[in-house]
Design a protein around this ligand. Sequence first.
Ligand code: SAM
Length: 304
Amino acid sequence: VAMKIDIVSVFPEYFDVLNLSLFGKAQAKGLVEVKAHNLRDWTHDVHHSVDDTPVGGGAGMVMKPAVWAECLDDLLGLEPRESTADDADADTGTNADTKNVDAADGDVTDADATATDTADTDIANADIAGIDMGAESSRPVLIFPNPSAPLFTQRDATELSHADHLLFGCGRYEGYDARIPSYYRAQGVDVREYSIGDYVLNGGEVAVSVMLEAITRLLPGFMGNPDSIVEESYTGEGALLEHRQYTKPAEWRGIRVPDVLLSGDHAKVDRFRRDEALARTNEIRPDLIEALDCKALSKADRKT
Ligand code: SAM
């Protein structure tokens, strides 16, 4: 199998659709192996609860770290830690809550500091945690969708399409306890948090589906026609929006396709499309033009 994908959610059935269409075919071809897990399978209480009230007050519920940790330790192949007081699902009063949080905050600070250390330190931590680092590419990547994280882009999709193992954790309610990503980073795990856009969804399932599709369609053999992913919006060195597309007939309801596209002159067609891509990007997404490496623009491009 080219890429192993684990998804953790309280609604794993949401991912049944991955058996359809191109993704279903990719599974049948052995390009990807996807498993959607139910987070509640790692709970121990009768209610299978995965959330608790926010420390510090406020509306809604927050996903508990202890349940996620049992699940992630399992799926990442980490040695399960012996259950400690701060892992326990104690029904604590206000004083006890405050005490636990203080101790845990200390942990997080340590964890964050370690995460910014060198790769060597990461590997040392991973050894401690029992991760088989092996070749760099076999390192699992743990991904949490989060609206208050950096934006997920085509560049991220391209990078992640080279990973061997992706593990997605779908948040729900007000989100997941912030110590979860900090803790795993400190264990040497490659942890990413991404937003898929400036809006808030009910849960991470849709966001994971979006990221998963953007990543896996880049896998060799995934698309019927591999050329269709080469020239696309946001792709390549000068990542622009794509030119507009037309099919036959040449005239439809009185609207003609641009004449140059019918000329058969490939150089002219290429120039026309490039100019249109530049003009549209400049109009719709000037930020992409500003971010362009000057070398990505030819003399002819600059005229446009
Ligand atoms: N309280 C959070 C906030 O205001 O930033 C919103 C939590 S949202 C209702 C629940 C979960 O949905 C999040 O933990 C995340 O996993 C997912 N989610 C919602 N919007 C998202 C977005 N734009 N990008 C990625 N994930 C999103």
